[in-house]
Design a protein around this ligand. Structure first.
Ligand code: ASP
Length: 350
């Protein structure tokens, strides 16, 4: 029944292989694990506004004929700067009360990639990941070396206080109390991975890109790196597929989730909705993990599977009309209420 519900969701989102209006496409997420009870109206409104702003910022790049990597970075900068999300300002804290942010970006056309892990003080980790891709001989930089590279590049830096929000601090205090009492975290399935931001884009030249940025998981061990900056795990793009994941990162790393989705699409020629659902809604939950992903193919087909109650998400295509959704029962405003396919019938229209 559960998988039926998941497929119904995919279909209800208009994402079961539906082609979108010609033109560029941008899809964003700002984390899975959201619960309706945690969403007072004012917060919901602010989140919808922020998602819309991010979509419009990225779409402006695409409309101007810029490459998809630029659109991904532009959308993610908006979300990193917004303290509502667990990326850049507003990142969650480690067990030691420190901030360690991760980010990655990948250009599907050239297969170039850049990523950073466990960085502090960098205002926009996604811009640092892009600088690693564009201006270094490496793919991944971590910690102090990554910060030194950011400084040498003149990227904006901020002190710890700028990133800190009371909400995240209290989230850590609750987790520390539970740790001390030997109790499992009450918010284990939700707030522990919540608010990571990601984007995938298809530009006017038909090139794809993906990017992800996060503070990681609340109360993580200092030094822990999640899936987001690991190329192939939380972030991946090639010429036919782009994916950004959000969820319990250890499971995305062990399933190499983003790459697993894209290999199904480009090697097995599987429709992107089915490829993404197999990994996110079958493989990962079967191992005990949870979360979601945004996925986009080179024809503009979108998939947004998630196995949590909700996921902050949005998309915009050639019509220029932004759509945002939070809860599982929303239709994203697409109006494309397709009949729910049985899982085995899903391999259609690619
Ligand atoms: N996947 C991220 C991590 O494990 C967390 C998230 O997506 O919210 O670091």
């Amino acid at each position: 029944m559960k998988s039926r519900r998941l497929w119904t969701l995919i279909a209800a989102l208009g994402l079961a292989g539906a082609a979108h209006a010609a033109g560029p496409v941008l899809v964003i997420h700002a984390g899975a694990g959201v619960l309706r009870k945690d969403m007072p109206p004012a917060r919901e409104k602010a989140i919808r506004a922020a998602l819309t702003q991010a979509l419009l910022a990225g779409y402006a790049e695409l409309k101007a004929g810029k490459p998809s990597v630029d659109a991904v970075a532009a959308a993610l900068v908006v979300l990193e700067d917004d303290p509502l999300f667990n990326a850049g300002r507003g990142s969650v804290f480690t067990h030691a009360g420190t901030l360690e942010m991760d980010a990655a970006i990948m250009d599907g056309y050239t297969l170039r990639a850049g990523s950073v892990a466990a960085v502090a003080h960098v205002k926009n980790p996604i811009l640092l990941a892009k600088a690693v891709m564009d201006d270094s001989p490496h793919v991944m930089l971590v910690g102090a070396g990554a910060e030194a590279f950011a400084r040498s590049h003149g990227l904006a830096m901020e002190d710890d206080a700028w990133f800190r929000t009371e909400e995240r601090w209290q989230q850590l205090q609750r987790a520390l109390k539970e740790d001390a009492a030997g109790k499992p975290h009450a918010d284990q399935a939700t707030a522990k991975h919540f608010g990571t931001v990601g984007a995938v884009a298809l530009d006017l030249d038909g090139h794809l890109a993906a990017g992800t940025s996060t503070g990681g998981m609340n109360d993580k061990m200092p030094g822990r790196v999640g899936d987001s900056p690991i190329i192939g795990a939380g972030t991946y793009a090639n010429s036919g597929c782009a994916v950004s994941g959000t969820g319990w990162g250890e499971f995305y790393m062990r399933t190499v989730a983003a790459h697993a989705i894209c290999m199904r699409v480009t090697q097995l020629r599987m429709p992107i909705a089915r490829a993404a659902a197999e990994v996110i809604n079958q493989e990962i939950p079967a191992m005990g993990g949870n979360g979601g992903a945004i996925a986009l193919d080179d024809r503009g087909h979108i998939a947004i599977p998630f196995n949590t109650d909700g996921m902050f998400r949005g998309w915009i295509d050639g019509t220029g009309q932004p759509h945002v959704a939070i809860f599982g029962d929303e239709d994203d405003g697409t109006g494309e209420l397709l009949p729910a396919p049985a899982p085995d019938d899903a391999a259609t229209d690619h």
